[in-house]
Design a protein around this ligand. Structure first.
Ligand code: SF4
Ligand code: SF4
Length: 547
């Protein structure tokens, strides 16, 4: 056939899953055509200015935008990867022809294998006036702010407390936008507790069991009516409240973009835990159509780290099938990647994913260590409010309070089990341990800790603090992570806040660690009256409003 190019692999989608898939396949000499609809690569990573959780191997502690830079640089250096930007895949047909519209020209390919990494779209919410200008999806808000440098509003109401809702709220605050509140219909916060705690320390209300009833305004959003929900998700009478804001941001979930899969008649099934209709696929990410693979959110909604590993698995599987040599080595790498995924999903926060996968016959990690599956503490109060309970805190403070007298020590305020270890890896004195499993809660060995402050900047959850109780006879020195601009100056007086975001005292900035090593998370040491050494966990420079 004329004008039809035979290729080894077409990867559709240049996000974290697609880039990882292309790289993994090209590692073994597979020639890849990488088609991306937009003019630039990166998918959602392009707006992720926060640091990622997970293990070092999967870029933990690195900001999404920096992960992206590394992936793109790697992809661009590969001769085996041909990048087709601004290229929309129009069809995947039964005769295996793939049509791609590239710069207004139609190209046709016959690939030996296809990996679809088309990602997901945002869900919307039904409420009165939801078509008013000023009602945004979280993805749009992030794109405006982090890609185009445009502020979406002055004061925003965030609807949804999953990781995206919490992270975007924090990024809005960093950009100088006020966040009126984060509301959540479920009785508990959906995202990681450390993200919620960051917001609480900044004084942002997180209202669980609340929903939006109505956007208020004539030509644009001028406010919102919210109300409380009972245990059956029904509105509680007379709980309506007006929230003043000029934008409403919806972060109520994602749904896989499966249009191309449907067109190719891939078998799909509805799995609510994974975001809606997903393709049936096996452990190697192969769908019901042979040599048609998926990776990332199109296969079920999960975190970017999982998407990258799934990309590796699909890319390696294609390589193993096409490549005549190195089959054993490739298989070993596939098994390693699968183990990583199992580990990632093996804690309590992976329960939803495991349940969803079991519905399509993938019993991920049947042999889990039972102790990893359950939370170590009762974190119900923390997950309702974003503030750790007294019991939670006591479990992480030294049992013998005299240890506070020995000098500066690190306090880890991380109470939820999820796969993350930059704190452990960052400590040069091996003073932080997770007891052999990345999902476990980190504990500080106060005997080994020197109070060096390295971990304060390295924790992506901003959950590490260094407390020097006896800085002077009457004062303590608390070192806290700080990610706002402008930075405070040495000697400056600041307002000091507790974990609930309440102002408790005045503090004086004594030291600031803010070099390239801190990677934009400064470690700022603030002197406070000694009676506040257990409560002081945030500060604000006086001329800057965060709420
Ligand atoms: S303060 Fe230094 S020594 Fe202590 S836990 Fe953190 S990194 Fe380790
Ligand atoms: S304390 Fe450790 S495990 Fe918790 S968020 Fe920070 S780096 Fe991750």
């Amino acid at each position: 056939m004329d004008n039809i190019e035979n290729v080894e692999l077409i990867v559709v989608g240049g996000g974290p899953a697609g880039l990882s898939a292309a790289l993994a396949a090209s590692d073994y000499g597979i020639k890849v055509v990488l088609a991306e609809e937009r003019e630039f690569l990166g998918g959602q990573l392009i707006k992720q200015t926060h640091r990622f959780f997970g293990s070092e191997k999967e870029y933990a502690g690195t900001r999404g935008i920096d992960i992206l830079k590394r992936l793109i640089e790697d992809v661009k250096n590969r001769e085996d990867i041909k990048i087709l930007a601004s290229s929309r895949v129009l069809g995947i047909y039964e005769d295996n022809v793939v049509t791609i519209l590239n710069n207004n020209k139609m190209k046709k390919y016959i690939p030996q294998a296809i990996i679809l990494a088309t990602g997901a779209s945002e869900k919307f919410l039904a409420f009165e006036n939801n078509d008013l200008p000023g009602v945004f999806g979280a993805g749009a808000v992030q794109t405006l702010m982090n890609v185009y440098g445009v502020l979406p509003a002055k004061k925003i109401l965030m609807v949804g407390s999953g990781n995206i809702g919490l992270i975007v709220s924090y990024q809005l605050l960093q950009a100088g936008v006020s966040v009126a509140a984060v509301i959540e219909a479920a009785p508990k916060i959906g995202g990681y507790s450390v993200h919620a705690s960051k917001l609480k320390r900044l004084g942002i209300p997180i209202l669980t069991s609340h929903t939006i009833k109505k956007a208020v305004g004539n030509k644009k959003v001028e406010g919102a009516i919210i109300c409380e929900l009972d245990n059956n998700w029904q509105e509680i009478k007379d709980t309506e409240e007006f929230i003043e804001c000029d934008a409403i941001c919806l972060s109520v979930g994602l749904t896989p973009l499966i249009d191309l899969l449907k067109q190719r008649k891939v078998k799909t099934v509805y799995v609510s835990e994974l975001g809606g209709y997903i393709p049936l696929r096996d452990e190697n990410m192969e769908t019901s159509i042979m040599n048609l693979f998926v990776a990332g959110d199109v296969s079920g909604i999960e975190e970017a780290t999982a998407a990258m590993i799934e990309g590796q698995i699909s890319g390696l599987t294609v390589a193993k099938r096409i490549n005549k040599n190195q089959k054993e080595e490739i298989q070993r790498k596939i098994e390693e990647a699968k183990k990583e995924l199992v580990l990632l999903r093996s804690g309590p926060v992976g329960e939803k994913i495991r349940k969803g996968l079991s519905k399509i016959g993938l019993n991920h990690g049947e042999n889990y260590d039972e102790s990893i599956l359950k939370e170590e503490f009762d974190i119900s109060y923390l997950m309702k409010t974003g503030v750790p309970s007294k019991e939670n805190l006591e479990s992480k403070f030294p049992k013998d309070k005299k240890i506070f007298d020995k000098g500066p020590i690190a306090i880890s305020e991380c109470f939820q089990k999820f796969p993350c270890d930059p704190c452990v890896k960052s400590c040069p004195f091996n003073a932080i341990s997770e007891n052999g499993n990345i999902n476990n809660i980190p504990y500080v060995d106060f005997e080994k800790c020197t109070g060096c402050r390295i971990c304060v900047s390295k924790c992506p959850g901003l959950a590490m603090f260094v407390v020097h109780k006896n800085y002077t006879e009457t004062s303590s020195l608390i070192t806290m992570p700080y990610e706002f601009l402008p930075r405070p100056k040495k000697g400056e007086l600041v307002n000091v806040y507790d974990r609930d975001g309440k102002i408790i005292c005045e503090g004086k900035v004594i030291k600031i660690l803010d070099s390239s090593f801190q990677d934009k998370t400064a470690a700022v040491s603030v002197e406070v009256p000694k009676e506040h050494f257990l409560e002081a966990r945030n500060f604000k420079v006086r001329y800057l409003k965060h709420e």
